[in-house]
Structures are given as structure tokens and as C-alpha cells.
Design a protein around this ligand. Sequence first.
Ligand code: SF4
Ligand code: SF4
Length: 80
Amino acid sequence: MAMTINEECINCGNCEPECPNKAISQGSSVYVIDATKCTECVGAFDSPKCVELCPVDGCIVSDGAETKDQLQAKYAVLHA
Ligand code: SF4
Ligand code: SF4
């Protein structure tokens, strides 16, 4: 369940500094999320912080690829 940013992104930059895993960076056209680092905020917050801060509804969506247990394990590795 890593999150992805779609073309709706207006490049406001709100999300980047607030990611607990430093998974967000500015891309060539819109901001991008490194799926190897995003845990959908599992391990850090109750819900995805970037979604909370994004002014554009539906801009940041889950790819649905990982279970909560897998995301928790990813968080543990990232912060070991
Ligand atoms: Fe970062 Fe959390 Fe957004 Fe994933 S969901 S990119 S970990 S702020
Ligand atoms: Fe783009 Fe939303 Fe991040 Fe702003 S908060 S840079 S609109 S993804």
C-alpha cells in the first residue's frame, strides 16, 4: 500500500518535508513518492500524512500492493 502521486499534483510542496520516511521528492513534472520508502505512514502516524496535507483531493492514492504487516516491517527496516 505505498502511496503514489498522480498528475493532479500542483507542486505546492506541502507533503515533502512531513514524510516520516523521506520518501517524497520533486520530480520532473510533479512530486513523486519512492515506493521502497513509503509505508503509507504505518509505524509513524494513524493515516497517511501526505494525504492529510495535500490540498488536492484524490491526488495521492494507494497502490494497494502491501499489507499492513508488510508496511510495518518496511518501516522497521528503514528506521533500524
Ligand atoms: Fe511518506 Fe506517509 Fe506519504 Fe508514504 S504515506 S509518502 S510514508 S507521508
Ligand atoms: Fe503535490 Fe499534493 Fe504534495 Fe502538494 S501536497 S506537492 S499537490 S502531492
